[in-house]
Design a protein around this ligand. Structure first.
Ligand SMILES: Cc1cc2nc3c(=O)[nH]c(=O)nc-3n(C[C@H](O)[C@H](O)[C@H](O)COP(=O)(O)O)c2cc1C
Length: 313
C-alpha cells in the first residue's frame, strides 16, 4: 500500500491533502473525519475585528466561483482563546493563516500566534480583496522580502508564504520569499476578476472585483507551481481548482509537495476525504510506493531525437 506521507520542511503530514484557508472550519466535522486530513488550515485572522466586504460576497462562474469576502475575523484574541483550542481537538497539524496591513504588524502577529497549539504560520500576503493601502505584499519582490524577513525574525515556527497569481512575475516573488527565510510557498491565492450581471448592469460582487477560484484557474496555477519549483528549493504547496485526484497528481508532477483544496469543498463538503481515498487507489493501481515520489516527476525533457528524426524526413 502506498505511503501517503509528505514532508513540508520540518512538518510531516500524513497525506498531502489539506484545506485552503477560508474554505474550511471545524464545522466540516459534521460530514468528514478531520483527523484524516494532512493538516488543518484556519481562516485568515487579523489582529482586530473586521466585518468583511459588502454583500453579495460570492457568485458562480462557469469555471468555478468569484469571491470578495474581505477577510472578516473576530480578531487575534478570539482566534487564540477559542479557535486554536477548537482545532486542537483534532490530530493533524494546525496551520494558522495571518494577515496584517503593515510589515511591522505582520511580524508582531507572527510572534503572537507562535503558541504551542499552532504548528505552522501561513502568511496571507496575497489576498486580492484587502483594503487598498495595505496588504498585497505579494505583488512586489521587495515588499515580499521585507515582510517575510520581519516575520522570519519574529518566530521559530515554520513559515509558509502564500503567493499571488496577480503578481507580474511570481517567480521573482518566490525567490524573494525563499531568500527571506520562508520554509515553504503556497501557490497560490485567487486571480482577480470581474463579473457583471447583464440584467442589472451591476457587478455581481458587492466589492466589484473578486478573486476567481475553481477548475478554470488550475492550468494557470499548475504552470506557476512548475515555474516556482524550478526556481526555488523550498517545498511548494499547490492550490487552485483541485476537484479530482488527477488534479492532485498534476500539481505534484509540476513540483508541489502537497496541495490545498478550496472551491471543491464548497461544491461537496466531503471532497477532501474522497481525494485522499482516490489518491491512495490511484497510486496503488500504478504500483507507486511513495506519493512523495510524484513531486517534480513531470517528464519535460525535450525529445530531441524525435525532432532530429522529423527534420530529416
Ligand atoms: C470563499 C473563499 C474565501 C477565501 N478566504 C481566504 C482566506 O481567508 N485566506 C486565504 O489565504 N485565502 C482565502 N481564499 C483563497 C483560497 O484559500 C484558495 O487560495 C483559492 O480559492 C484557490 O483555491 P481553489 O481554486 O481550490 O478554491 C478564499 C477562497 C474562497 C473561495
Amino acid at each position: 500500500m502506498v505511503d501517503l506521507s509528505v514532508r513540508i520542511g520540518a512538518t510531516e503530514l500524513a497525506n498531502p491533502i489539506m484545506p485552503a484557508s477560508g474554505s474550511f472550519s471545524t464545522e466540516v466535522e459534521q460530514v468528514i473525519d478531520l483527523n484524516r486530513l494532512g493538516a488543518l488550515v484556519a481562516k485568515t485572522v487579523s489582529r482586530n475585528f473586521r466585518a468583511g466586504n459588502p454583500t453579495p460576497r460570492v457568485a458562480e462562474l462557469e469555471t468555478g466561483m468569484i469571491n470578495s469576502i474581505g477577510l472578516p475575523t473576530k480578531g487575534l484574541q478570539y482566534f487564540l482563546d477559542v479557535q486554536v483550542p477548537d482545532y486542537n481537538r483534532f490530530t493533524p497539524p494546525l496551520v494558522a493563516s495571518i494577515s496584517a496591513e503593515t510589515a511591522e504588524d505582520f511580524a508582531a502577529m507572527a510572534s503572537d500566534v507562535s503558541v504551542p497549539g499552532v504548528d505552522v504560520i501561513e502568511v496571507n500576503i496575497s489576498c486580492p480583496t484587502r483594503a487598498p493601502g495595505g496588504g498585497n505584499f505579494a505583488l512586489h519582490d521587495e515588499h515580499a522580502f521585507n515582510v517575510l524577513a520581519g516575520i522570519r525574525a519574529a518566530t521559530e515556527k515554520p513559515v509558509w508564504a502564500k503567493l499571488s497569481p496577480n503578481a507580474g512575475d511570481i517567480v521573482a516573488i518566490a525567490e524573494a520569499a525563499e531568500k527571506a527565510g520562508a520554509d515553504a510557498l503556497v501557490v497560490s491565492n485567487t486571480i482577480l476578476g470581474l463579473k457583471i450581471e447583464v440584467d442589472t448592469f451591476r457587478p455581481a460582487i458587492g466589492n466589484k472585483f473578486g478573486g476567481i477560484s475553481g477548475p478554470g484557474i488550475k492550468p494557470i496555477i499548475v504552470r506557476m507551481v512548475y515555474q516556482c519549483a524550478k526556481a526555488v528549493s523550498i517545498p511548494i504547496i499547490g492550490c487552485g481548482g483541485i476537484c479530482k485526484v488527477e488534479d492532485v497528481v498534476e500539481y505534484m508532477l509540476a513540483g508541489a509537495s502537497a496541495v490545498e483544496v478550496g472551491y471543491a469543498t464548497f461544491r461537496n463538503p466531503t471532497a477532501m476525504v474522497a481525494l485522499i481515498d482516490d489518491l491512495e487507489a490511484w497510486c496503488d493501481e500504478r504500483g507507486i510506493a511513495r506519493v512523495a515520489d510524484l513531486t517534480g516527476a513531470i517528464r519535460d525533457e525535450v525529445e530531441t531525437d524525435t525532432y532530429a528524426a522529423a527534420s530529416h524526413m
